[in-house]
Design a protein. Structure first.
Length: 148
């Protein structure tokens, strides 16, 4: 719920590209020194897109955990539960990302992009692949201790 709340808060005109640049640029200059406007535009773009990727990946893991617990009694085998929980989490993430971009299409100073939805979904898929690798490795090393 916290992750969804953050996304809802970031889906406002306050977090538009113009507004985030106002506080990110001084932070960048303080940490790394002066930067030309052209270079800043590129870096600012990548900072914002990284936020999409990581943010939606994190939210999707929250969805996953909720679905994992919900499905625990129905599918006790971890591989089956993981597959269903991950699929439902990815669906929830895709719906949230689509809603977010649709919502932004109505706000002045914000843009709506199917590419952002795709980036959000890629972040979610990547987070699930990393989680699956970690759980698989953990279960190989410590089958009893690593329950999902």
């Amino acid at each position: 719920m916290v992750g969804i709340g953050i996304i809802v808060a970031e889906s406002t005109a306050t977090m538009s590209s113009e507004n985030t640049s106002r506080w990110l640029l001084p932070l960048w200059v303080k940490l790394f020194g002066p930067i030309s406007p052209a270079h800043w535009a590129v870096i600012h773009h990548y900072i914002r897109k990284t936020g999409h990727f990581v943010g939606y990946g994190s939210v999707s893991l929250g969805f996953f955990d909720s679905w994992r617990v919900t499905l625990e009694h129905r599918w006790p085998a971890w591989q089956v539960r993981f597959r269903y929980a991950a699929g439902l989490a990815l669906l929830c993430t895709l719906l949230l990302a689509s809603w977010d971009e649709w919502h932004q299409s109505f706000l002045p100073g914000r843009t709506s992009s199917a590419r952002d939805v795709a980036l959000d979904f890629c972040g979610a898929v990547t987070a699930h692949l990393i989680l699956f690798c970690i759980v698989s490795l953990c279960r190989q090393e410590h089958p009893v201790a690593c329950s999902l």
